[in-house]
Write a protein that binds this ligand. Sequence first.
Ligand SMILES: *Cc1c(COP(=O)(O)O)cnc(C)c1O
Length: 421
Amino acid sequence: MFEVSKAFAEEQDQKDILAPFREQFYFPQRNGKNATYFCGNSLGLQPKNVKAAIDQELYDWQQCAVEGYWGAKNPWLYYQQYCSRPLTEIVGAGQDELSVMNTLTVNLHLMMISFYRPTKQRFKVLMEAGAFPSDQYAVETQVKLHGLDPAEAIIEVSPRQGEHLIREEDIFRIIEEESSSLALILLGGINYYTGQLFNMQSITDVAHKAGALVGFDLAHVVGNVPVKLHDWKVDFAVWCSYKYLNGGPGAVGGAFVHEKHARNRNQQRLGGWWGNEEATRFKMEKGFEPKGRAEGWQLSTAQVFNMVALKASLELFESAGMAALRDKSIKLTNYLEFLLKQIENINFEIITPKNCKERGAQLSLLFHDRGKDIQQKMTEAGLIVDWREPGVIRISPAPLYNSYGDVFHFYEIIANIDSNA
Ligand SMILES: *Cc1c(COP(=O)(O)O)cnc(C)c1O
């Protein structure tokens, strides 16, 4: 159904109902032209509506000062809710299950403080081997915080010898084998290196049957693949907002706490005044009374300037709709895969799952040699893609702003790379 031709790509762009969103973004410049950007999985592009949104907050700060908390056009007291509301559709959660705060690793620590409560019997954490380093460090230091030895308390599930992807049956097998000692399963919903998307629903089911809690790192999932955290009964999840969500460098992150835990005011946690009930927050009294919802994990006053770009970007997600974005994403990534299979002049292997239900927008190309060199050649030709040690070029067409034309342009360039030069 796909064709290797520019005319075909152009025709798909004409039919694409999401095509107009491309005009809502700034593309980085190379030699006076828009670069072809496939790094939305690392840092999303700047939506054009961000500047006006920032100017609005600067103006309200200027004109209202402290009264901006309630008197700004978007009263600052409730700023995080301007972001958590559109996130409900993106992650499949009630607004009471969402808290927009801090950054991913901070939120992972806060969630582990609450949901990794090791006992003598149950103290192990299952995670993927080669998880993103920040997640590894977080888990290692949490385990040590409880006086445990990471070598005993952390179980890693790896791909089998000679394979690149983790088999779900291996995850299930470990959960069963360790069912009396597992406290927590913590996986990246999509592995950042291979692009493998896990079946979060069945992992959660199996883990719960074994008596363990389940958390997911959705850094590469949020805004990429729609999920249903509430219905799947996931215990908690965390994410950052600067990848597919286009919230800008260092943007505020997010956390999901399932309502079964979020309503429990006795759930152990680290507290701060912004997580306290609003009715008593400003009484400045002793005794922390957490909100009976995910916002009960908030610590500090709303970081307005760290949320404003996310708020602006989420307006675009709301008008595009997550289902339409996923539809286009599947087609766009399948087209990229189809074109990559025509390439003969350079040697690589696509290690991302072939089944579109087991991946999002990213394809990972594994190079056994000269990968860094090829990435350099791509960069010189105006393609922005990223390199991850030890051997992968990640390519991620984001459906909100990438086109079939971008994908074809990418193909034309790499099909002409002289791999011997
Ligand atoms: C991007 C990413 C992070 C980044 O964490 P920050 O705290 O936002 O710096 C963490 N984990 C994974 C899996 C990621 O992909």
